[in-house]
Design a protein around this ligand. Structure first.
Ligand SMILES: Cc1cc2nc3c(=O)[nH]c(=O)nc-3n(C[C@H](O)[C@H](O)[C@H](O)COP(=O)(O)OP(=O)(O)OC[C@H]3O[C@@H](n4cnc5c(N)ncnc54)[C@H](O)[C@@H]3O)c2cc1C
Length: 481
């Protein structure tokens, strides 16, 4: 079908001001923080489940793909097609689906539309003294629940409660044929969403799927009472070895709500500052929180030197505003490349990342690219994540995705070379992690799912995808599908 026809149809489903076909918008939505692709035919912004359903039905009937997008703050080509594999597509911007549908303090559930931000959800549940068990990534002011569940994400509450996927009790998803599928106990006739595992876990099929299996329109999450007690500490370590030893033991203990280790990557001959660990414990009472922190002091022992908990307290006091920009504090680009590892393999992961960085050190030094490493407890696992910092070519999203940043000075001639070097280092990280059997959040089109997972498992997923999306029109290409 010609582009004009489908656009006219979409304009009859949505008001025309919510069907964007101008070059500026199409270009903005064809980029994430690092990848660029061909501009979509249009960007649509439905505000209701029925508008999503009708738009999806119209597009797939016309053979046009849909690329779902929330806040757009991922960096793995999750909603950006590659130039080589691109098919005619429309980006579906979910941010007008932003309502909190219900806070049910008896059932301890919250149901929100998929474009709702974590901050909006948190404000609604806090009125009842409640919060989601994992209550968001640091970008929760701008990123959406739909994006966070499709990526799977971690941060607030994650050391204890795991990732965002672990908090989900049920979903409402629009499939490629425009049907609305409900998962969990919400699908039982005469019931409500309160329990995930009713029969096979169909909810899980749509989590961490990079939007491949359907368009989420609503989600129900599990709530808990906001604990009254809170106790935090920061520690400095003489080396990453001792930090890893401590953070792994803290992960095993289940005592912390957040536990994050960070430090500059020790690459060249110059001395770098020692890595630090930031721990937040909670408890029903202050005494319980204090007891958890005391146990963590015991775990750290003499390996770490305790300091004022400035960082963990600041993060908690400003949960969705302490990260305001995708640029770092020096105005440089920064990019994260993570792997999720079993606790017993954290040292291997550290060694793997350091080997890649040391191989690239000469180029990094020549191009003024710096690196740090971070470790974060995520339930039963550890996220290990090097961060690269460089003066590169900013994308439009760097200026518009979060708090607007000022226009930067024109890039020097080396910006493109730095960008290429960063991309090459990320590629080396990804293949090293495949060798180490890492899992991932935020798969998009960057990390290998199809090639790194065993054949039988991928074949089953391909069959499921074919059953719900026979023409492969819902976010084609993510997960390698
Ligand atoms: C400065 C910075 C800090 C960050 N901090 C964290 C952090 O603390 N923890 C963390 O885990 N991540 C973090 N991230 C990554 C990112 O913010 C999270 O992954 C976030 O959850 C993405 O949400 P989003 O709404 O922006 O999703 P998007 O980037 O818009 O989309 C993500 C994926 O989900 C799909 N998708 C979006 N909405 C839907 C839907 N309704 N139905 C189906 N598919 C959909 C998209 O196609 C895409 O594949 C950070 C990023 C930045 C830039």
């Amino acid at each position: 079908m010609e582009a004009e026809k489908i656009i006219a149809q979409l304009e009859s489903i949505l008001a025309s001001e919510h069907v964007h076909t101008d070059d500026k918008t199409r270009k903005l939505f064809a980029e994430d923080l690092i990848f660029s692709g061909p501009p979509p035919l249009a960007v649509i912004a439905p505000a209701t489940r029925d508008e999503v359903r009708d738009s999806v039905r119209a597009c797939t009937k016309a053979g046009v793909a849909l690329l779902p997008r929330g806040g757009g703050l991922s960096y793995t080509a999750g909603y950006v097609q590659s130039e080589e594999d691109a098919v005619p597509a429309v980006v579906l911007d979910t941010r007008r689906l932003d309502r909190v549908l219900e806070v049910n303090a008896d059932n301890m559930t919250v149901t929100v539309e998929a474009g709702c931000t974590c901050e909006t959800m948190m404000a609604a549940t806090a009125e009842y003294g409640l919060r989601a068990t994992m209550f968001g990534p640091t970008t929760g002011r701008y990123s959406t629940i739909g994006g966070s569940l499709s990526n799977n994400c971690m941060f607030f509450g994650s050391a204890k409660a795991g990732t965002s996927a672990d908090a989900v009790l049920g979903l409402e998803v629009v499939s490629a044929d425009g049907k609305v599928v409900v998962t969990g106990s919400g699908a039982i006739k005469n019931s409500v969403p309160f329990f995930r595992n009713n029969g096979p876990d169909l909810t899980g099929l749509f989590l961490n799927d990079a939007g491949a299996v359907g368009i989420k329109v609503a989600a129900t999450l599990r709530l808990e009472k906001i604990p009254k007690g809170q106790a935090a500490s920061s520690f400095t370590f003489g080396s990453f070895d001792t930090l890893i030893h401590a953070i792994r033991a803290i992960g095993q203990s289940g005592l912390a709500s957040e536990c994050l280790g960070v430090g500059p990557a020790p690459l060249g001959d110059e001395a770098v500052s020692d890595p630090t660990l930031h721990v937040m414990c909670e408890g029903w009472t202050q005494e319980i929180a204090d007891a958890h922190l005391a146990a963590i002091f015991e775990i750290v022992g003499t390996d770490g030197t305790a300091g004022e908990p400035v960082v963990p307290n600041f993060i908690r006091d400003n949960p969705f505003s302490f990260v305001q920009s995708p640029l770092d504090a020096k105005g440089r680009m920064q990019i994260w490349t993570h792997g999720v590892f079993p606790l017993g393999r954290v040292t291997d992961a550290y060694d793997g990342f350091m080997t890649v960085l040391k191989d690239q050190f000469a180029d990094m030094a020549a191009l003024d690219i710096e690196a740090s490493l971070s470790f974060a407890c995520a339930g039963s696992a550890m996220m290990v994540e090097p961060v690269l910092y460089w003066h590169g070519q900013a994308k439009n999203l760097h200026h518009t995705g979060m708090t607007p940043v000022e226009d930067r000075a024109p890039e020097d001639n080396d910006a493109a070379r730095r960008d290429a070097c960063v991309r090459s280092i990320r590629g080396a990280f990804a293949s090293m992690m495949d060798d180490l059997g890492a899992a991932h959040m935020q798969y998009g089109r960057f990390y290998s799912y199809a090639s790194a997972t065993n054949d039988e498992t991928v074949a089953l997923l391909r069959n499921v995808k074919r059953a719900v999306d026979p023409e492969n029109l819902i976010n084609p290409g993510v997960l390698g599908l």
